[in-house]
Write a protein that binds this ligand. Structure first.
Ligand code: FES
Ligand code: FES
Length: 156
């Protein structure tokens, strides 16, 4: 069934007419050209497709676009402003917390949601908060360090 969905994506209002069962990931990538969200498992298990929907991390591969009507979505493309990276992006770069980069967009958005809820996480809380986001390059130690560094940056 075709539906019309109104969204704000990275600050821009969008109206999409599409099949209600298409995934948010498909719409972001195919219709909007926002390819930073990746297709990994397609089953909600790896986090490569994560985006923020009203500030919460959502696995876009298993989210029908019909479920995000009238929401505000942030993808990895929407983080940097005026040529300045988001502090979490900076921290990932500074700590070298990426290798192939396939998981990185989802990791960064997951870290942002984590730090919104808990601005001063312990390492254990970082591990628990990032749990379920899979890095096939096994970059977990540097990812934890980067999230810790990002928390320090965001404290100001
Ligand atoms: S591709 Fe969506 S969770 Fe793996
Ligand atoms: S950096 Fe390659 S999957 Fe994480």
């Amino acid at each position: 069934m075709d539906i019309t969905v109104k969204l704000t994506v990275n600050g821009q209002e969008k109206t999409i007419a599409t099949d209600s069962q298409r995934s948010l990931l498909d719409v972001l990538r195919e219709d909007m050209g926002l390819t930073g969200a990746k297709y990994g498992c397609g089953e909600g298990l790896c986090g490569a497709c994560s985006v923020l929907v009203d500030g919460k991390t959502v696995r876009s591969c298993v989210t029908p676009v019909s479920k995000v009507d009238k929401t505000s979505i942030v993808t990895i493309e929407g983080l940097a402003s005026d040529d300045a990276l988001h502090p979490v992006q900076e921290a990932f770069l500074e700590e070298g917390a990426l290798q192939c980069g396939y998981c990185t967009g989802g990791m960064i958005l997951t870290a942002i949601a984590l730090l919104e809820e808990n601005a001063r996480p312990t390492d254990q809380e970082i591990v628990e908060g990032m749990n379920g986001s899979i890095c096939r390059c096994n970059g977990y130690p540097k990812i934890v360090t980067a999230v810790r560094r990002a928390a320090e940056k965001m404290k100001g």
